[in-house]
Ligand binder design. Structure first.
Ligand SMILES: C[S@@+](CC[C@H](N)C(=O)[O-])C[C@H]1O[C@@H](n2cnc3c(N)ncnc32)[C@H](O)[C@@H]1O
Length: 273
């Protein structure tokens, strides 16, 4: 069969089901082991290849399994991460946090960085690959930390990992603390897409009744772990900007940063002098 015909047919099906048609090219290029730009160079495929492509496309559609969990790989900040059911799939929106962290590291010559709630390690690793800093990353989930360590090893990122319930096992002070904590209100989780609620760990999503539990906990403890005038950078959920700014009202608010969709996604605070 001609590959272009199969791609068009499957994209049409995905479009009819409201699925992202770009997933088809992702599936095809993964299975044929070529880059997406090389797909147009392939003319005929074997019937075994066609069968496999159809199988994966159907499986993704029927089970609503996210494309990165299907292949256990996710691309974030130009890097490839291993992901499975134990970690949140890295979101493109979170690249905004990485951009902000790199900006402040360079601007203020920050050296010691803590990534609280690291999950797959994507934020810490992206920063480590772009800056000369000492990185510590922590998470309460043993299985998430195992994956973060694997990703750091694969990407040759030098990071110290700590198993910790927020700051419980963290003793040092840092120049910069970043965090993308769970921030979905508990009663909203049930209404999320199956791709999220069935395949991202609950531990990575549930931010308590109003979604703000982690910001409140971080606000009560972070300043003793931050050097004087150190920086705190937080990812926030849709509509949480004003609430989170008021939770951190005792600290200097530096800026809010929108993501690529124009939604306020990142807040930057500075510790007291
Ligand atoms: C929203 S995910 C963020 C993962 C990753 N940093 C990212 O941006 O893709 C939140 C992470 O917080 C972790 N977590 C949940 N409760 C925690 C706690 N009490 N202390 C530390 N980490 C926690 C979860 O295991 C999960 O990996």
């Amino acid at each position: 069969m001609k590959l272009i015909e199969l791609r068009n047919e499957l994209k049409k099906t995905y479009r009819q089901h409201g699925k992202d048609v770009a997933d088809i090219d992702f599936i095809v290029s993964e299975l044929l082991k070529v880059s997406r730009t090389e797909l147009s160079l392939i003319d005929e495929i074997s019937s075994a290849q066609e069968k496999k492509i159809r199988q994966y496309a159907k499986f993704r559609l029927d089970k609503s399994i996210p494309i990165d969990k299907l292949f256990k790989k996710s691309y974030f900040y130009g890097l490839q991460f291993f992901v499975d059911e134990n970690v949140l799939s890295p979101r493109q929106d979170s690249e905004t946090l990485v951009d902000s962290a790199i900006k402040y590291i360079k601007l203020m010559d920050l050296k010691n960085v803590l990534d609280l709630c690291t999950g797959s390690g994507c934020l810490a690793i992206a920063i480590e690959k772009n800056c000369m800093v000492n990185l510590t990353a922590s998470d309460i989930s043993k299985s998430a930390l195992k994956i973060a360590k694997l990703n750091a090893k694969r990407l040759s990122a030098n990071i110290r990992f700590v198993l910790s319930d927020l700051f419980e096992n963290i003793d040092e002070k840092f120049d910069l603390i970043i965090s993308n904590p769970p921030y979905i209100p508990s009663d909203v989780i049930d209404s999320l897409d199956r791709e999220v609620k069935d395949y991202d760990p609950m531990l990575a999503l549930d931010g308590g009744a109003d979604g703000l539990d982690f910001y409140k906990k971080i606000a009560s403890d972070f300043s003793t772990h931050l050097t004087e005038r150190g920086i705190l950078i937080l990812e926030i959920g849709y509509n949480q900007c004003e609430d989170v700014i008021s939770i951190f009202k005792d600290y200097k608010f530096l800026e809010k940063v929108p993501d690529l969709n124009g939604i306020d996604r990142v807040l930057v605070f500075q510790n007291k002098e």
